[in-house]
Design a protein around this ligand. Structure first.
Ligand code: NAD
Length: 482
């Protein structure tokens, strides 16, 4: 596959690809401006066909033995593993992350398929004590029905994967709407699905928010798994019919606290990775760092040096680059606006500081660190979603926790300390769905991952990422035995 090859996408439902009357949209490579993919804009009729296919397949798939569903998901994982390079190339072309990083994303998606294949066979009911002799009550868990997965562009394969794997392992069928900015990688994924899964179990409709709205409003959808912005999450509330279940994985503005007891080298390595990986376009990216006075100067100096040492490049030309291009004009502009705002409010730029001129008009920004950043700066209050991190100091631990908790989102927080008391005080005091201590990998496949407050509700990963697609049924048997 060459860097310039464009992917032609089609809607996929009921096991076949379909043309759409809704016209097409083009996606261009944000690093080069070249055409990367062409995708349909699915109409309400296309959405209806996909939901109908999912509803038709549900009767059979929900009754397929868990072990058979598991075998099929393992097989799908194998087919996807065989197309890692194709999916990764598509991601790099339309999303901008370096090719090696994109390969890593696809491999994690393959691991998620294997994980949920195993979890499919571990759904257990229970028996419940009764209020009279001669009765037994059983609680069984059943798949909720046809569901929808609506996803963003920053991890275009992995974020589809969590929903696809959890829902189908549970016995649900699913209609997926990929982001309009990353249709090509979803097309490759749909080709893998077509090879393995029965028709209608997994369906894809391409398009923008209009298509998403039609899908969310469709009465045949019983649950929506959504990942994306707060704005769209709020719009979904207004769109759903009132009996559609919703899980919302939204954004955040994730803090990191580094205390005087921390291993500063480890904290710097963690901050560098989690602020700048995927050009900072991660919902759990470190947006703001609070450093205790005793290590502030050393931490800031070393973080600045580490940021400046990162190699920014077109991720296709240099697959092992540290940072690729940003994905959208919108995130590029917002990052520069947050940088300008921090400067105006008196922060000092200690690393990076703006676009990579040599790579223009590609959307490249140098990994940027602003120090002595006041709490009212945008970078300390809002999600930047770009390669920019603000650093501020603190004296008192309680004050650091209050400032870390002081923004509306509650997705992930990070702590570096070598002290046991501080570890627990901070882990318990931080009002976030995920707290990582002395590491920056806040999400692992077999533990629940979700946000609080304006970061949404519901969990993916772990058994919860499957059980959220199940509902309980109480069966009360009168048998007369004492
Ligand atoms: P977005 O909300 O603009 O779009 C997400 C998806 O929703 C896209 O597929 C889009 O087409 C669709 N959509 C847009 N309007 C819609 C509507 N009215 N009805 C139904 N669907 C609609 O988000 P984005 O810009 O693609 O993604 C970035 C955001 O996602 C960031 O805030 C980031 O933090 C968040 N995110 C969260 C997580 C998490 O796990 N919590 C993971 C990744 C990204």
């Amino acid at each position: 596959m060459t860097p310039h090859e464009k992917i032609v996408c089609r809607n996929f439902s009921g096991g076949t690809w379909h043309d759409s009357a809704g016209g097409t949209a083009e996606r261009h490579n944000p690093a080069t401006g070249r055409l990367a993919a062409v995708a349909p804009r699915a109409t309400p009729e296309d959405v209806d066909r996909a939901v109908t296919a999912a509803a038709d397949a549900f009767g059979h798939w929900s009754r397929t033995l868990p072990a058979e569903r598991a075998a099929l998901l393992h097989r799908l994982a194998g087919v996807c593993a065989g197309r890692v390079d194709d999916m990764a190339a598509a991601i790099t072309r339309e999303q901008g992350k370096p090719l090696d990083e994109a390969r890593g994303e696809v491999r994690k998606f393959v691991a998620a398929l294997h994980y949920y294949a195993e979890e499919a066979t571990r759904v257990h009911g229970r028996t419940v004590p009764n209020d009279a002799h001669g009765f037994t009550s059983m609680v069984e868990y059943e798949p909720v029905g046809p569901v929808a997965g609506i996803v963003p562009w920053n991890y275009p394969v992995e974020l589809i994967g969590w929903k696809l794997a959890g829902a189908t392992a549970a016995g649900c069928t699913i209609v997926i709407k990929p982001s309009e900015h990353t249709p090509g990688s979803a097309q490759v994924l749909s080709e893998c699905v077509a090879e393995v899964l029965p028709p209608g179990v997994v369906n894809f409709v391409h398009g923008d928010g209009e298509t998403g709205r039609a899908l969310a409003a469709h009465p045949g959808i019983v649950k929506i798994g959504f990942t994306g912005s707060l704005r769209t999450g709020q719009a979904l509330y207004r769109t759903v019919t009132g009996v559609t279940a919703l899980s919302l994985e939204l954004g955040g503005s994730c803090p990191m606290i580094v205390t005087d007891r921390a291993d500063v080298g480890a904290a710097v390595a963690g901050a560098t990775r989690r602020s700048f990986r995927n050009a900072g376009q991660i919902c759990i990216a470190i947006n703001r760092v609070y450093v205790q006075d005793g290590v502030r100067a050393e931490f800031t100096e070393r973080l600045a040096a580490a940021a400046d040492a990162l190699r920014v490049a077109d991720g296709f030309a240099e697959p092992d680059a540290d940072v690729g291009s940003l994905t959208l004009d919108e995130t590029y502009e917002r990052t520069l606006a947050h940088l300008a705002d921090a400067r105006e409010r008196g922060a000092s730029v200690v690393a990076g500081g703006g676009p990579v001129e040599d790579l223009a008009p590609g959307l490249f920004i140098r990994p940027t660190v602003v120090a002595d950043t006041p709490d009212d700066a945008l970078v300390m209050r809002e999600e930047t979603f770009g390669p920019l991190v603000g650093v501020a100091s603190f004296t008192d631990l309680d004050d650091a926790v209050a400032r870390a908790n002081g923004t509306p989102g509650g997705l992930a927080a990070y702590v570096y300390t070598g002290d046991t008391h501080e570890t627990f005080a901070l882990a318990r005091g931080l009002d976030f769905g995920n707290v990582a201590v002395n590491n920056v990998d806040a999400g692992i496949m077999n533990a629940p991952y979700g946000g609080r407050r304006e970061s949404g509700f519901g969990s993916e990963h772990g058994p919860e990422g499957l059980t959220s697609y199940l509902h309980p049924k109480h069966i009360r048997l009168r048998h007369g035995a004492q």
